[in-house]
Design a binder for this molecule. Structure first.
Ligand code: SF4
Ligand code: SF4
Length: 321
């Protein structure tokens, strides 16, 4: 694929976030792609899950129909229903296939579209704006989601073109993709953030919709076949799912044979709750919260296993008799 072809490729992007310092080394621009094969109950980006544009409504920003009717004026499908308090209800069954002029007409950003088709060229024009920061901080572009590998053709074109322009590249992945795609994308990357949620495959399937064998296989491919590629494993610590010493120890033990792999625990948070409501969905986790007091213990379990790995590697080899 030549540069011209790659630059014209389009994908469904729901956000481009600048100045991130949490998603790979240095200062980074994060490109969020829409669509994910998993449906994790704790997902904090519900707007990322479905591979199609979605309309969201934030009633807190709405000027109300007492003062503004711009969205009603452009909606040709009678999909916006007036509620008693003069806010709106979206009759979503009417919105399918609409190009969502209501969001463009809204002066208050109360109606939002999650997911617009954007070209590689268009996305990289935004990434380019912070070139100076990447150079100074060893930062660059991180592709996230959703699952970035879900849009395989687009992410490959985006990463290939980014590398032509000499950006350092990273992905944040749940690991659910074909092995062939993982092998195709890996040479285009400088860094990988890879989620390992739990080793118990049945529990993984129950809470995410898929078993984890393919995910673990892809992790091993990256760790073994691309030994120069920095790889960070991450575990979102979820109450009632993997917030036990046993669950974390099992993951750390899986990672331990790979001395290059780093590991991070991410405590569950509920920051995405509001977005579920904006999309008229019920947050699957309800009001459950994580007992944060568990984190130091889980951290030390993981560190203990991974520290032993380092010590084992440093032990002088005993000559065989
Ligand atoms: S997306 Fe289209 S059909 Fe739905 S409310 Fe907006 S303008 Fe109406
Ligand atoms: S255009 Fe926006 S601010 Fe005005 S009524 Fe509609 S949603 Fe509310």
């Amino acid at each position: 694929m030549n540069s011209h072809e790659d630059r014209q490729k389009t994908g469904l992007v729901f956000n481009v976030q600048k100045y991130s310092v949490h998603d790979g080394p240095g200062i980074r621009t994060i490109v969020f792609l829409k669509g994910c094969p998993l449906s994790c109950r704790w997902c904090s980006n519900p707007e990322s899950q479905r591979h199609r544009p979605e309309l969201a409504y934030n009633p807190g920003r709405c000027l109300t129909l007492n003062k503004c009717v711009r969205c009603l004026e452009v909606c040709m499908r009678n999909a916006l229903i007036r509620k008693e308090d003069a806010s709106l209800r979206i009759a979503r069954e009417h919105c399918e296939g609409c190009h969502m002029p209501c969001a463009d007409a809204c002066p208050a950003n109360s109606l939002l579209v999650y997911g617009r088709e954007r070209s590689v060229d268009d996305v990289l024009a935004v990434v380019e704006q912070d070139e100076a920061f990447y150079a100074r901080s060893s930062g660059g572009l991180t592709v996230s989601g959703g699952e970035p590998l879900f849009q395989g053709n687009f992410v490959t074109a985006l990463l290939r073109e980014a590398r032509r322009r000499r950006y350092r590249t990273a992905v944040e992945t749940c690991g659910m993709a074909s092995a062939a795609l993982v092998r195709e994308v890996a040479p285009l990357l400088n860094y990988v953030l890879f989620d390992i949620k739990i080793m118990d495959s049945a529990a993984h399937k129950a809470q995410t919709g898929f078993a984890n064998e393919q995910i673990l296989k892809n992790f091993s491919i990256l760790a073994e076949e691309f030994s120069d590629l920095p790889l960070m494993a991450r575990t979102p610590v979820i109450p009632g799912f993997n917030d036990t010493a046993e669950a974390i120890a099992a993951i750390a033990s899986f990672i331990a044979p790979y001395p290059r792999v780093t590991y991070e625990l991410l405590p569950y948070h509920r920051l995405g709750t509001q977005k579920y409501h904006f999309l008229d969905r019920t947050p699957p986790m309800g009001n459950v919260t994580l007992d944060k007091n568990r984190m130091p213990r889980l951290q030390s379990v993981a560190e203990g296993i991974l520290r032993a790995r380092v010590q084992n590697l440093q032990q002088p080899k005993t000559p065989s008799s």
